[in-house]
Design a protein around this ligand. Structure first.
Ligand code: NA7
Length: 535
C-alpha cells in the first residue's frame, strides 16, 4: 500500500527567490510548511542557469532581498551586476542564515496538484509518487523556468556535447580549441556568446532574430564602495518602490519628439554610456509607445552597432528589422558586438540558410554542414504559463488549469485563479514583473497577510470570484493597449513556436506601474479581502 500523504498547512512549490522568502514569512505565522524543489539546491533561476556569462541585468544592490537589515549588513556584492555563481552563493547564504533548508525537500519535482473541496485543500503528488496534503498551495515556480528545445530534426543524433542554457551542468565546461555552436540570440544567448568567445577555438552563431542590445557597463565593487552602497540601501529600496518597474531607472518625463535633435542625441549618448537598463527603462517616456519616438532610439542604437561591427554586412544582420528598440527584452551586453570582429567567429543568419537538421557531427543548413564539438541551445523558455503547464494542476470539478488558460491566463491580481481555491501564485501571470525580487517581496507579503487573515478569522477556503477575475483580467488587457511590445512576437507576448499551441500572442504580463499594482492590492487587503469569496 502506498504511504499516507504527509500533511502540512502550506505546500510551496519551488525554492527560488520567491519560495525561500515565502517560507521565511509563513514560518513567522507558525504554520507548518514544506517547500518542494526539483533541484538539488536552492536558488531557482540561479540554480539552473549556470551557463557561461550568466549574470544580473539589474544592479546587484537593487536585486537582493530588502526585508532583513541584518542580511543587508552581512552580504557584500562584488560586482555591479552579479555573476550567477555569486548570486547562487548569496541565495545559499540566505537559506543558511534563516535556517530554511530544514523545511525544503530537494529532488522533488511536483507532477500533480489536485484540489479537493471536501477537504478544502490540495493533494500534491511528486514524480516519484510520494504524496502531500495541504490547506494552501503556493506556486513559486518562476516565469522563466520551463526551458524549451527547438523543434529541429536530428537533435538526439549529435555525437558531441550539447546543452540547453537553462539546464547547464554543474561541472565546468571548457571551450579552448573547441568548435562551438550557439543557437539563439536572446538575453541568454548574448551573455553566453560574449563569454564563450573569450576562449573558444571557433564559434558559430545561428541567429533567427537579432535583438537590440545595449551596454551593461559592469564593474567591480570595492569594499569601500560597498560600504557606501550599504549606507544608501534605504534610499535605493525607496527608489525601487517608486519607479515604474522597480528598477533604479524610470522613464524620463519628456517626449523624445519634444526636444531638439542635439538634446535628444546627447541624452541617448548619456544613457548608452550608463550602467544597466537606463536606456530601456529610463529613456524618454514615449519610446515604447510612440512609433516615431521608438524609431529615433532604434536608429541611434543601429548607428552604434554599425560603428562597433567592422564588417558592415554582418552589422546589418545584427540590426533588428522587424521590431523597434525595447519592444522585446533588451539584452545587456559587454563587448557583444565586438565578438563579431573576431576571425574565429561566424554569424549564420538562418533566415537566409535555414537549419535543416542536427547531424551526428554538427548542424546542416540549406547550404552546408557545419561540424561542432559542442552545441549550445540558448533557445529560451515556455515563459510565464509554461511552468504551470508542466504540472497537472486541477481545481474544482476536475477543471485543469492548462485547459482553463488555453486562450491566455485569467487571474485575480495575478495571484489567484477562479476555480482553484486556496492556490496562490507568486510571480504568476498578470503580476508586475520588472525588477523581479522587488515584485516578489511584495507578492509574498501580500499572500502572507491573506493567509494570516484566514488563520485569524477561521477561514479555510479562499477563492477568486468570477467578477474579480474578469475585472482584473480586463484591466491587465487594457493596460497592454498601445504598447509596441504587445505587437511583437516574444516570450513577453507568450510566443514560443517550439511549444504546441504557443503561437498566438496573449497578454500574460501586467504592464501597468508597480506602485499602481501595489496600491490596488493594498486596497483589497484594507477592505478585508471582500473581493474574494472567503468561507
Ligand atoms: P529568449 O529571449 O526567448 O530567446 C531565445 C532565442 O532562441 C531567440 O533568439 C530565438 O529566436 C531563438 N530560438 C528559439 N527557437 C529557435 C529555433 N527553433 N531556431 C532558431 N532559433 C530559435 O530566451 P532567453 O533565454 O534568451 O531569455 C529569456 C529571458 O530570461 C530573458 O529575457 C531574461 O529576462 C531571462 P527568435 O527571437 O524566436 O526568432
Amino acid at each position: 500500500m502506498a504511504d499516507a500523504p504527509q500533511e502540512f498547512d502550506v505546500i510551496v512549490i519551488g525554492a527560488g527567490i520567491s519560495g525561500l522568502y515565502q517560507l521565511y514569512r509563513l514560518r513567522e505565522l507558525g504554520l507548518t510548511v514544506r517547500v518542494l524543489e526539483a533541484g538539488t539546491g536552492v536558488g531557482g533561476t540561479w540554480y539552473w542557469n549556470r551557463y557561461p556569462g550568466a549574470r544580473f541585468d539589474s544592479e546587484s544592490y537593487s536585486y537582493g532581498y530588502s526585508f532583513s537589515k541584518e542580511l543587508l549588513e552581512e552580504w557584500d556584492w562584488t560586482e555591479h551586476f552579479s555573476p550567477q555563481p555569486e548570486t547562487l552563493r548569496y541565495l545559499n547564504f540566505v537559506a543558511d542564515k534563516f535556517d530554511l533548508r530544514r523545511d525544503i525537500q530537494f529532488r522533488s519535482r511536483v507532477a500533480a496538484a489536485h484540489y479537493s473541496d471536501d477537504r478544502r485543500g490540495w493533494d500534491i503528488t511528486l514524480e516519484d509518487g510520494s504524496r502531500f496534503r495541504s490547506r494552501f498551495l503556493i506556486t513559486a515556480i518562476g516565469p522563466l523556468s520551463a526551458p524549451t528545445m527547438p523543434r529541429i530534426p536530428g537533435i538526439d543524433s549529435f555525437k558531441g556535447r550539447s546543452f540547453h542554457t537553462g539546464k547547464w551542468p554543474h561541472e565546468a565546461v571548457t571551450f579552448e580549441g573547441k568548435r562551438v555552436a550557439v543557437i539563439g540570440t536572446g538575453a541568454t544567448g548574448v551573455q553566453t556568446i560574449q563569454e564563450v568567445a573569450k576562449t573558444v577555438g571557433h564559434l558559430t552563431i545561428f541567429q533567427r532574430t537579432p535583438n537590440w542590445c545595449a551596454p551593461l557597463h559592469n564593474g567591480k565593487i570595492s569594499k569601500e564602495e560597498m560600504a557606501g552602497i550599504r549606507a544608501e540601501y534605504p534610499a535605493i529600496f525607496k527608489r525601487c518602490q517608486e519607479t515604474f518597474s522597480c528598477f533604479l531607472h524610470t522613464p524620463d518625463p519628456r517626449s523624445a519628439l519634444e526636444v531638439s535633435d542635439e538634446e535628444r542625441e546627447a541624452f541617448f549618448e548619456k544613457l548608452y554610456a550608463e550602467k544597466g537598463f537606463g536606456i530601456w527603462q529610463g529613456n524618454f517616456k514615449d519610446i515604447l509607445t510612440d512609433r516615431k519616438a521608438n524609431a529615433l532610439i532604434s536608429d541611434f542604437v543601429a548607428r552604434k552597432i554599425r560603428q562597433r561591427v567592422k564588417d558592415q554586412a554582418v552589422a546589418e544582420k545584427l540590426i533588428p528589422k522587424n521590431h523597434g528598440f525595447g519592444t522585446r527584452r533588451v539584452p545587456l551586453e559587454t563587448r557583444y558586438y565586438e565578438v563579431y570582429n573576431q576571425p574565429n567567429v561566424k554569424l549564420v543568419d538562418i533566415n537566409e540558410t535555414p537549419i535543416e537538421r542536427v547531424t551526428e557531427n554538427g548542424i546542416k543548413t540549406s547550404d552546408r554542414e557545419y561540424e561542432f564539438d559542442i552545441i549550445i541551445y540558448a533557445t529560451g523558455f515556455d515563459a510565464i504559463t509554461g511552468s504551470f503547464d508542466r504540472i497537472d494542476i486541477e481545481g474544482e470539478g476536475g477543471l485543469k488549469l492548462k485547459q482553463h488558460w488555453k486562450g491566455g491566463p485569467q487571474t485575480y491580481l495575478g495571484v489567484m485563479v477562479e476555480g482553484f481555491p486556496n492556490m496562490m501564485m507568486l510571480m504568476g501571470p498578470h503580476t508586475a514583473l520588472g525588477n523581479i525580487p522587488r515584485s516578489i517581496e511584495y507578492n509574498v507579503e501580500w499572500v502572507t497577510d491573506l493567509i494570516r487573515y484566514a488563520r485569524d478569522h477561521q477561514i479555510s477556503r479562499i477563492a477568486a470570484t468570477p467578477a474579480g477575475v474578469k475585472s482584473w483580467t480586463d484591466h491587465v488587457k487594457s493596460l497592454g493597449v498601445g504598447l509596441l511590445s504587445n505587437e511583437i512576437d516574444s516570450w513577453m507576448t507568450g510566443i514560443n513556436r517550439n511549444v504546441e499551441g504557443k503561437d498566438t500572442r496573449i497578454i500574460a504580463r501586467y504592464s501597468g506601474s508597480a506602485p499602481a499594482y501595489r496600491e490596488r492590492c493594498d486596497a483589497v487587503a484594507a477592505n478585508d479581502y471582500r473581493e474574494l469569496a472567503l468561507a
